[in-house]
Design a protein around this ligand. Sequence first.
Ligand code: SF4
Length: 375
Amino acid sequence: MKSLGLYFHIPFCPYRCHYCDFLSFANHEHMIPEYVSCLIRDLKFFLPDFRDYEIKTIFFGGGTPSLLRAEQIERILSAVYSYCHTAAEIEVTLESNPGTITLEKLSGYQAAGVNRLSFGVQALQNRHLKRMGRIHTAEEAQEGFKLARKAGFQNLNIDLIFGLPDQSLEEWEESLNQVVQWEPEHLSTYGLQIEEGTPFFTDYRQGIFSLPGEEIEALMYEKTIKRLRTRGYEQYEISNFSKPGYECRHNLIYWNNEEYLGIGLGAFSYLSKKRFWMTRNMAKYLKGEEKISGWEVLPLEKEVGETMMLGLRLKKGISNVRFFGRFGKRLQEFYSHLISKYEPSGLLKWEDDALHLTESGFMIANHVIQEFLLD
Ligand code: SF4
């Protein structure tokens, strides 16, 4: 039986954060009950496509999945368990915003089968949280984390963002130092991207704030790697760190360019070399019109390029044996020119049969990785 990751998109948020361009709506909570029914409707619709698959991971992303009541998560998970083959050791992740949780809700998620929680903490200085439009304070984030432990969660992730407007290196280190004391099993640390169409984009263009700049951001990233290493976290992906055995198995499916089914507004899927996506129009989504709003069959070059682009994000890189098993050719047959360009300069390295970026390669990963796209 083949493996599959299952993703549910929950496009509701209590408030739109000022840096965010994800597909989600504030003040639409009244739609949640109908939306949950539509997710189950679509799970049944796609069933024939993945009868031969075993679901290894489930991920509730968004948006703010923790706006859903525990009974609503339970309804969705019961449907998955009734209609699909699921792995015994399934990983079930739910993204949560510390401003939307209570002990009762978290205990309900736990009872429903969620076994991994991801907390959007982002920073631990209230002035940054306020400027970002987050609805919680640093103290509430810490309290939320404690509640999750109290509810019984043993696999917790914290998301942090560096390179915030007017953020100093010391503030970033302070955020890092504080969260490691909470001892989460996993940390994701992302550099801020200023996305077009967001309030941050407008403010930045108008010079309302300045950003730390490339040099400071590179230092923040370097400090992150060193600090987390000394606390026993392994960097297994450019932006992701975990205690041994706590890598996010769902995201590994994406980075290994393996198959997944995405259900919900605007969700993407990748099945049988075909990528397809659902409508981004809420009215159409709820009516069940135009379930698949677009699709493409990936030509070989694109599939190879994307496998490289994603796999090189991983510390262990890309195994030549696996690559050969998938594409019938060795890495060198596609990329000898890039390997000889970057290996001597110490940005790429072979280890056993895998090609991976080195620590210096990670520092300029975006630049190197894009050259691996073939089309
Ligand atoms: S809570 Fe998350 S998804 Fe919602 S607006 Fe903020 S960053 Fe975006």
